[in-house]
Design a binder for this molecule. Structure first.
Ligand code: SF4
Length: 266
């Protein structure tokens, strides 16, 4: 089975501004204002582009910079053909529901693609196929996404345990907030679900280190080698502090805001 993860990278140019309209967000989390679900952001323009895209960092809009939809925006925009929440307001609720559902589904797909590379089993193949089949039409919001997530979580938990065993890695503490690992070789360490807020990984070797669900806000990954790390997502990378010397796994891009990075389109 060929796994194509590029379709799980966000493509804002092919999206109808869904994340900037569908989601609830709060100013305290680094967004421009407190707003309800379904209300477009004040900075979202008629053409679905962000009016302040070039100055998100200067404005302190870290929530906008960290967010990633796992390709749900362009996928849902395509599912509804030419109908958008703007030109067909009567379908706005349906479109936003679909976006929230597909966003969860695509995040699970991202993890499953990673799991498939570790263990190309029939079980993982079936979960990927089920996901793709359920998201073929605009009625995707009817999919039992929470039941599906429970099954995916069980598989990921099992694989996480097996990876740790195979790599002979240690389980990190659940709370590593502000902890310094600077310069260490952390091969095979299991950081899954750990709080890594403001932790210092500068210069670390992180081959086979597992970051499934870890909170990496403000973690220092400057000069760290994450090229062989597992279950890392664009959101985690966006929320961390890296630089030109940080090595990322295939499929993840250098975020807006890192030293020397060029802004991604939104
Ligand atoms: S990216 Fe721009 S339009 Fe979207 S929520 Fe942030 S400020 Fe608003």
């Amino acid at each position: 089975m060929e796994i194509v993860t590029t379709k799980l990278n966000s493509d804002c140019g092919a999206c109808s501004g869904l994340c900037c309209a569908a989601l609830f967000f709060a100013k305290a989390d680094g967004f421009p204002e407190d707003k309800n679900m379904g209300t477009p952001c004040v900075n979202l323009q008629r053409d679905f582009r962000c009016a302040v895209h070039g100055s998100l960092a200067e404005r302190g809009l870290h929530g906008c910079m960290a967010y990633d939809c796992f390709g749900a925006g362009q996928k849902v925009t395509a599912l509804f053909g030419g109908d958008t929440w703007r030109n067909r307001p009567s379908r706005a609720g349906e479109i936003f529901e679909a976006f929230l559902t597909v966003r969860m589904m695509n995040q699970m797909l991202w993890y499953l693609c990673e799991a498939w590379r570790i263990e190309p089993s029939a079980e993982i193949r079936a979960l990927i196929a089920e996901n793709e089949e359920a998201a073929r039409g605009p009625e995707v919001a009817a999919f039992d996404v929470y039941g599906y997530k429970a099954r995916v979580d069980r598989v990921l938990k099992r694989i996480t345990g097996e990876v740790r065993k195979t790599a002979n890695g240690k389980r990190a503490d659940a709370d590593c907030i502000g902890k310094s690992f600077r310069g260490r070789n952390l091969y095979g360490t299991d950081f899954s679900m750990s709080l890594l807020i403001a932790a210092d990984f500068e210069g670390c070797a992180l081959g086979k280190a597992n970051f499934l669900g870890a909170d990496m806000r403000g973690a220092n990954i400057r000069g760290a080698d994450l090229s062989q790390s597992l279950f890392l997502t664009q959101i985690q990378v966006n929320a961390a502090d890296g630089d030109h010397a940080t090595k990322l796994p295939p499929g993840l891009s250098v975020p807006t805001g890192w030293a020397g990075a060029s802004p991604a389109y939104r």
